[in-house]
Ligand binder design. Structure first.
Ligand code: DGL
Length: 273
């Protein structure tokens, strides 16, 4: 079994909002983060393309010795995780694991709603995959799920334009489209790891008392449980508290924007895939 850091993957910067919570909860482990910024956003891409890109990145993590990779990207979790787990992982090594962000979230989401009406905001890919309604129905069959895709949000965030006045038009529009589907929605999941950066803006456009749920803490708690339940596995994750960052695009851009998502300085290395 390989010994190495835990891999954390996203199409771009969004997964840094998850890594931030994971490193706070589990600071003893080593982590490698990869943002495939050169090919982001993944949201509008086909199943086949998201699968190919994600698989290529997962193979790279394994070549770096990672025993465990977290897809800290809803789009990749929705469109590529299952196929990689079923078709590719058996050949890549039975000792390796890939986890996504959808399962841990759907396991707990029903605990937050009182009206049993939940809203999901995500990329086109995540919404079209129907991964959330399908998975939530397994854990909380009484919860009604309403979805809205927000195609402009990731490009606005990736370009650091999300706090500009122009961004409000798109944010308000998509929130209204979601709320029009049911006036009883009391819990809205930010089902894209980029969206926590919009939290303050979103609060202005949802009814008072609405719970806006980010995934970072949920995923960090779930990873902590997983490593506790699999002590042999946790032994193979190296523990020196180191975090390294890789991007498939410009390191200057990554370090500048990445720090906003991560909440701390980021120094990245370029990766040519
Ligand atoms: N952060 C990714 C997610 O959670 C999305 C972005 C993209 O469109 O690349 O879905």
């Amino acid at each position: 079994m390989s010994n190495g850091p835990i891999g954390v993957f996203d199409s771009g910067y969004g997964g840094l909002t998850v890594l931030k919570e994971i490193t706070q909860k589990l600071p003893q482990y080593d982590y490698i983060y990869l943002g495939d910024n050169a090919r982001a956003p993944y949201g509008p891409r086909s199943f086949e393309t998201v699968y190919q890109y994600t698989l290529q990145c997962v193979e790279w993590f394994f070549s770096m010795g990672c025993p465990l990779v977290i897809l800290a990207c809803n789009t990749a979790s929705a469109k590529a995780l299952r196929t990689i787990q079923q078709n590719d992982l058996p050949q890549m090594g039975a000792d390796k694991r890939i986890l996504g962000v959808i399962r841990p979230t759907t396991e707990v989401i029903g605990n937050y709603t009182k009206t049993n009406h939940v809203g999901i905001l995500g990329t086109q890919g995540t919404v079209q995959s129907k991964a959330y309604p399908i998975e939530i129905a397994k854990f909380f069959p009484d919860v009604a799920v309403f979805q809205q895709d927000c195609p402009m949000w990731v490009p606005l965030i990736e370009n650091n334009e999300h706090l500009s006045p122009g961004a409000d038009y798109f944010i308000k529009k998509n929130i209204q489209q979601l709320l029009e589907q049911s006036p009883s929605i009391d819990t809205i999941l930010l089902a894209c790891t980029h969206y926590p950066l919009l939290l303050e803006k979103l609060q202005q456009y949802v009814p008072v008392g609405t719970t806006l749920l980010s995934q970072g803490e949920i995923v960090a708690n779930s990873l902590g449980d997983y490593l506790e339940r699999h002590p042999k596995f946790s032994e193979n994750c190296t523990k020196k508290g180191r975090v390294s960052f890789y991007t498939t695009d410009s390191v200057e851009d990554f370090d500048q924007h990445g720090a906003i998502f991560y909440g701390k300085p980021v120094i990245s290395t370029h990766l040519e895939l």
